[in-house]
Design a binder for this molecule. Structure first.
Ligand code: LIP
Length: 257
């Protein structure tokens, strides 16, 4: 089975880079048509749709029997054990504002458990990959989480909801946490935040109210790099409550959240 996970990882990596090159080139020509989804700040551009179409077409060529679930509406039921979770542009607001923090996130899962993953950051051309049981890499460099052992020196990533009502509670949680950590970063794309924990650029990342396509690939990359993953109470992670950190501060973060 392990050789198959490596092969799936390489499929995800190739397609994530192709989709990333498409949207990066597209953005240089302008954001194109833009629509809103769940709120006035939840945006989708024509490049989100174009990226998902490319990913769908490429997966269909090499993995015709697999299921595919995409953020922009793809729901294909296949006959194989694998389901691909696809975020064609994670960090759409960053993309729209021409900020570098957006990513293409592609994961192959058995059920909801990711077994192969790729996250590509087009603006910095960084490709993060992982295969279950084999580790995680940035390019050809193996990844390991930071060695942070204390919350008061920890750099913590987080994100906020598109719903202003939920942001009120999230802001209050951040104001309680901020005096007890090194600092907070809000990068704007969950997949990138999770990869940043995997490579030690962040010591932890937490967020609530994500979707499976935001989480799946970055979750595997972070866990294969040695991160501890759970919900805010230390129970199994779900997209609605994500807490990923270097092991030395995980229990302190649970107590603080
Ligand atoms: C984004 C997430 C991010 C969250 C944003 C948004 P999208 O996903 O990656 O972590 O804070 O609110 O949900 O909508 O750009 O694919």
């Amino acid at each position: 089975m392990s050789a198959e996970y490596i092969a799936l990882m390489n499929v995800a990596a190739r397609i994530a880079r192709q989709a990333g090159d498409l949207v990066y080139a597209g953005r240089r020509a302008g954001a194109g048509t833009v629509q809103t989804k769940s709120s006035a700040t939840d945006m989708v551009t024509e490049w989100d749709a174009a990226s998902e179409q490319l990913i769908l077409q490429q997966l269909g060529l090499v993995r015709p029997d697999d299921s595919i679930i995409g953020e922009e509406g793809t729901q294909i039921v296949g006959t194989s054990p694998y389901t691909w979770f696809v975020d064609p542009i994670d960090g759409t607001t960053n993309f729209l504002y021409n900020l570098s923090g957006y990513a293409i996130s592609i994961a192959a899962c058995i059920g909801v458990e990711p077994v192969a993953a790729a996250v590509f950051l087009p603006a910095t051309r960084e490709l993060f990959v992982a295969a279950q049981g084999h580790g995680a890499w940035l390019g050809s460099n193996p990844l390991r989480v930071s060695s942070c052992e204390s919350l008061d020196t920890a750099l913590i990533g987080t994100g906020f909801s598109y719903s202003s009502a939920r942001r009120d509670a999230q802001g209050q949680r951040i104001s309680r946490l901020l005096p007890h950590v090194r600092d907070i970063r809000r990068c704007g794309a969950a997949a990138a935040d999770l990869c940043f924990v995997a490579c030690g650029r962040l010591d932890a990342y937490f967020e609530e109210g994500l979707q499976s396509w935001d989480l799946a690939a970055g979750q595997l990359i972070a866990s294969e790099a040695g991160a501890k993953i759970s919900n805010f109470s230390g129970e199994p992670i779900t997209p609605s409550e994500v807490l990923v950190s270097t092991p030395g501060i995980h229990s302190s973060l649970i107590a603080s959240l």
